[in-house]
Design a binder for this molecule. Structure first.
Ligand code: CS2
Length: 517
């Protein structure tokens, strides 16, 4: 049907935007981009930020009439996103794919984009500017560079390199090379802000980590505290300013935003008549809960539907433990059963039943009910969202970085259940599915294991067949990884045995699923 349409070649931009009009299914920017100035620096401008915080920020500006909250988006290691956004004057579409309906909106809250490899001075300067008030972060679990004790891993070469650059920044040098990590760059920005007057500032992490604000505070402080005694005065003054004038609220973020495909770009091209290389795809649902602890001004995000609260923890625990935990389970077991997407996994009654049971039996007993939320309704809505057939979120995408995701989504719950005197069988099964998934990536023909600890994990599992031949040995070696499993989980003979037993359950489920085909 769409094949007969001519290919779209003109790019979305401020010029081409002027020729567009809103139609049913297409919403134009809610702001005049020319009137918006930068008030936020965002580190990690991937699909999730563009589909989530940028949309809340655009709505907040539109509804409050404030125009000072435009975003400078800082890319990750590569320039790719800058190359997508720059020619488009940073405009992009969000294709919201519901079960029955697809809507496209063009977002204009991102007003500039910078690539650290070229623009690090500019980024640092903009963090330091008095008119900038907030840095938001979506740098993924691995961007936080935490060591086995959860604090900044000072042994990492990137951290050492960024520490050296921070010391030179504190010595007053400018025009230095780029910091390698987003944290390194942020801290240099904070150091310059302090030197240039020290207006209060807020750092707002938006990644799926338990207590993300507290963690980010600790990491930033640790990097500064590691500065050598040659700069002891600057170091100590900066530490004092951080303690007095910079806050790190915790947040819970939620919106499923799978990787954009060329088919999505073509669908958008047909709706818009323009080519948009920066398109992002998302479900209609979005939620943002923010600890209301800002050092300075902030956008009126509540006008856009965000919840500002004194305590994010109950929302964040519920989301990580219900949504992200079962997402990971469905990714590992789903992939093993041959499902390419989460939505396909959610057509399998065995997997649906399992997800439900894990939530009811292992997870809900560990949760406090957040204000205004009914957790069983939340559970049902999460499972319904996973089943959205128009959202091809691949099991492979959700499966990546398991060594960093499982501690945040699963192992805290395991620990709580063990403390309650219960062995969480469904979560043991999730760990067993993860181990089996790792095994499936070993040897010829195996998929790539996308995880910073891939070598360690594959070595712990050994050989693809050891899961069958030596389940006890495999479980012992995996549970021994202290950078993943907390001591209380490692010490539980019951949990260890449950993982061994559930390796067999995983085999049974996988075999039965292929027997059906
Ligand atoms: C997913 C999350 O990729 C993953 O690990 O579980 O990105 C998930 O889609 C979001 O947290 C939903 O808010």
């Amino acid at each position: 049907m769409t094949a007969s349409l001519p290919p779209v070649s003109a790019r979305l931009s401020l010029d081409t935007l002027a020729g567009l009009s809103a139609t049913p299914g297409l919403a134009l920017p809610r702001l005049d981009p020319a009137s918006v100035s930068i008030g936020i620096v965002h580190f990690g401008i991937g699909a999730f930020h563009r589909a989530h915080q940028a949309v809340f920020t655009e709505d907040a500006m539109a509804l409050s009439g404030e125009s000072g909250w435009g975003i400078l988006g800082v890319t990750g290691r590569t320039e790719a996103v800058a190359q997508q956004l720059q020619p488009q004057d940073c405009l992009y579409g969000v294709l919201e794919k519901g079960v029955d309906d697809t809507q496209l909106r063009i977002v204009s809250a991102v007003r500039d984009v910078a690539w650290p490899g070229r623009d690090s001075e500019k980024i640092i300067d903009i963090v330091a500017r008095p008119s900038t008030h907030i840095a938001t972060l979506t740098i993924t679990e691995k961007g936080y560079l935490r060591g086995p004790d959860g604090d900044l891993d000072l042994a990492l070469p990137v951290v050492q390199q960024d520490l050296g650059l921070l010391e030179r920044e504190l010595g007053g040098e400018t025009g230095l090379p780029a910091s390698t990590s987003p944290l390194g760059l942020l801290v240099r920005g904070l150091a310059r802000r302090f030197r240039q007057g020290g207006k209060p500032f807020t750092v707002l992490p938006c990644d799926n980590l338990v207590d993300n604000g507290t963690i980010t505070h600790r990491l930033v402080t640790s990097l500064v505290a590691a500065v050598g005694d040659d700069h002891s005065r600057e170091r100590d003054e900066l530490l004092a300013w951080l303690a007095a004038s910079v806050t790190f609220p915790s947040t819970m973020v939620d919106r499923i935003a799978p990787a954009t495909t060329e088919a999505d770009r073509q669908l958008e091209g047909n709706l818009l008549g323009l080519r948009d290389e920066a398109l992002v795809v998302a479900e209609p649902f979005k939620q943002w809960v923010i600890e209301d602890r800002f050092a300075g001004p902030r956008p009126r995000w509540e006008a856009a539907g965000a919840i500002l609260t004194a305590d994010v923890a109950p929302y964040e625990r519920a989301k990580l433990r219900i949504l992200n935990a079962t997402h990971s389970m469905l990714a590992y077991l789903g992939a093993l059963c041959g499902h390419a997407t989460i939505a396909q996994a959610m057509t399998d009654p065995v997997l649906i039943d399992l997800a439900r049971r894990i939530i009811d039996e292992d997870i809900l007993p560990t949760l406090a009910t957040p204000d205004g939320m009914d957790l069983s309704i939340y559970r049902d809505s999460v499972l319904e969202r996973f089943g959205n057939p128009n959202l091809p979120h691949t099991t492979r995408q959700v499966a990546m970085d398991g060594s960093l995701k499982l501690p945040n989504r699963i192992l805290g719950t395991v620990q709580d259940r063990l403390q309650q005197g219960q062995t969480p069988a469904g979560l043991a099964l999730t760990v067993a599915a993860w181990i089996t998934y790792i095994a499936s990536t070993i040897g010829e023909g195996g998929a790539v294991l996308d995880d910073p600890l891939a070598d360690l994990l594959q070595a712990a599992v050994g050989h693809a067949s050891t899961v069958h031949t030596d389940p006890n040995g495999v479980v012992d070696r995996v549970l021994a990884l202290g950078q993943i499993f907390p001591p209380a989980v490692q010490a539980s003979a019951e949990f260890r045995q449950a993982v061994v037993d559930e390796l067999a359950t995983v085999q049974t489920i996988v075999r039965a699923s292929f027997a059906h085909v």
